[in-house]
Design a protein around this ligand. Structure first.
Ligand code: NAD
Length: 493
């Protein structure tokens, strides 16, 4: 699979064979783009922005997006199969969640009428004048994505940016570029003008770095780790670019004593074990009222015992693989550090016999007796590991939830909806799910407080991130205030 530059597939770069973390099978041979392909993509995006895209109407952009959604829909099974093979997530998840959600998110941007190019204002100081406030596009957007949800990530980066009138160069992760490159084929078939959307898979140090340092890229939309995010912001500052950063998390899932415990148990397991915990907003810290802790853990163990391990490429399998060997090592090391620091393994599913020998797996694990100072409670593990800490009052739960440097998401389980609103409004996180988890809507802005990010993705706020404001001041006739103002320097006339 080549990179998509200026409406064509180019084969400049390093041929790389990708094998599946699910079972070691071959997935695809991709060309990892170079600095040269990144520069050509920026040339194309810059030309397409000035010559074509900035002049198109919202309606034309939405028509092309709608066409794209329908082309992806026709091949949704192929996308789901390749997404699972490349990332090691279960095909069950890619078929039933990632791909259909991505399609519905393209459709959202194809249909939303919330975004407007402009609005009229009056100026209270100058009654005879009017103003137009415009949401003008930024220009060329450089988008950099992580490896965990590549198809959704490509949709979230591309659709709002081009709806707002920008052109884009997307760099998917070099570990998982397959479905973004498949999307390029459908972008070509949908009829987007060459150069409007370019996709160059490659490493961060080569392609990512080129996007961050080239003057023609006006904004970087980055999703990835907090550590890389800081580096990206540094490069963007050097080159005075706008940045949005969607970063890591250590999200709490708070269970109040009045919660429906069986519902909460299932929601908490979904919150941490979907995608084997490799989701930025995974609910990795269980904070549970001490009066219901034992009952909740018992219920979680029962449900966990039933989760089906096997080859993630079989539709029945419910446990995803770990996408990279480095990530598997990181999870293993952090869990070892946790137990050394005093955390107790209260549950670990034995999956060795059921999973493919050549796959990368970490067993679903629950660590109890975790204190706020332990590394496993503070650092993002990005794996299937749930830490458990108990509290005795709502105030203590809020304090524990907010004690993290991160602030991406949170869950809250209670039957008392008044208390839910009050507690939810005190949690320092971009999303708070109440009696639910992980359910994403294209209409709802998502992003992080604190070290989890800057800016928002999705929703109207997400589209507006890709714009800059222009104010047109309109004065049709000379007026009294003109005479007063000009008199400040021309009083004799
Ligand atoms: P990462 O930070 O290692 O890499 C992210 C992207 O940045 C990749 O495309 C990588 O090639 C690129 N990159 C790396 N170094 C670069 C550099 N010097 N210059 C330019 N680009 C560079 O993250 P990852 O390991 O791919 O993904 C996991 C992380 O992503 C986790 O921390 C997770 O929480 C986070 N994440 C956040 C969200 C969110 O919406 N907040 C969503 C998914 C993942």
């Amino acid at each position: 699979m080549g990179n998509y530059v200026n409406g064509e597939f180019v084969e400049d770069g390093k041929k790389t064979e990708l094998v599946s973390p699910a079972d070691g099978s071959e997935v695809a041979t991709v060309i990892l783009g170079t600095r040269k392909s990144a520069l050509e993509a920026i040339d194309a995006a810059d030309a397409a922005f000035h010559r074509i895209w900035v002049k198109t109407s919202i309606g034309e952009r939405q028509r092309l997006l709608a066409k794209l959604a329908s082309l992806v829909q026709d091949k949704s099974y192929d996308y789901a199969r390749m997404e699972a093979a490349n990332t090691g997530k279960t095909i069950r998840q890619s078929t039933l969640m990632d791909i259909p959600l991505g399609i519905s998110h393209i459709e959202y941007f194809a249909n939303t009428d919330e975004f407007k190019f402009s609005r009229e204002i009056t100026h209270p100081e100058y009654p005879d004048t009017t103003g137009i406030v415009q949401n003008a596009p930024m220009g060329v957007i450089g988008s950099i994505a992580p490896w965990n949800v590549p198809f959704l990530m490509a949709v979230w980066k591309i659709a709002p940016a081009i709806l707002a009138g920008n052109t884009i160069v997307l760099k998917p992760s070099h570990h998982t570029p397959v479905t973004a490159l498949m999307l390029a084929r459908d972008i070509q078939d949908a009829g987007f003008p060459p150069g409007v959307i370019n996709i160059v898979a490659g490493t961060g140090s080569e392609v990512g770095n080129t996007l961050c340092t080239d003057d023609r890229v006006s904004m970087i939309s980055f999703t990835g780790s907090t550590q890389t995010g800081k580096r990206i912001m540094g490069m963007a500052a050097e080159n005075l670019k706008k940045v949005t950063l969607e970063l890591g998390g250590k999200s709490p899932n708070i269970v109040m004593p009045d919660a429906d415990l069986d519902h909460a148990a299932k929601g908490i397991l979904f919150g941490i074990f979907l995608n084997s915990g490799q989701l930025c907003e995974s609910g990795s810290r269980l904070l549970v009222h001490n009066s219901v802790k034992e009952k909740l853990i018992k219920s979680m163990k029962k449900h966990l015992q039933g989760m089906k391990a096997g080859n993630p490429l079989d539709m029945e399998t419910e446990i995803s693989a770990i996408t990279t060997r480095d990530q598997l090592k990181k999870i293993t090391d952090l869990v070892d550090e946790g137990t050394t620091q005093g955390a107790r393994v209260v549950f670990q599913r034995d999956i060795v016999e059921q999973v493919p020998e050549n796959g990368l797996f970490f067993p679903p694990t629950i660590l109890d007796d975790v204190t706020q100072s332990m590394t496993v409670a503070r650092e993002e593990i990005f794996g299937p590991v749930l830490t458990v800490t108990s509290f005795s009052s709502a105030a203590e739960a809020i304090e524990m939830a907010n004690s993290s440097k991160y602030g991406l998401a949170s869950g809250l389980w209670t039957r008392d909806m008044k208390a839910a609103r009050e507690i939810g409004s005190q949690i320092e996180a971009g999303t708070v799910w109440i009696n639910d988890y992980h359910l994403l809507s294209a209409a709802a802005p998502r992003g992080g407080f604190k070290k989890s990010g800057i800016g928002r993705e999705l929703g109207l706020e997400g589209i507006l991130e890709y714009t800059q404001t222009r104010h047109l001041f309109l004065n049709e006739h000379e007026s009294d205030f003109d005479r007063v103002a000009y008199g400040l320097i021309m009083s004799d006339e």
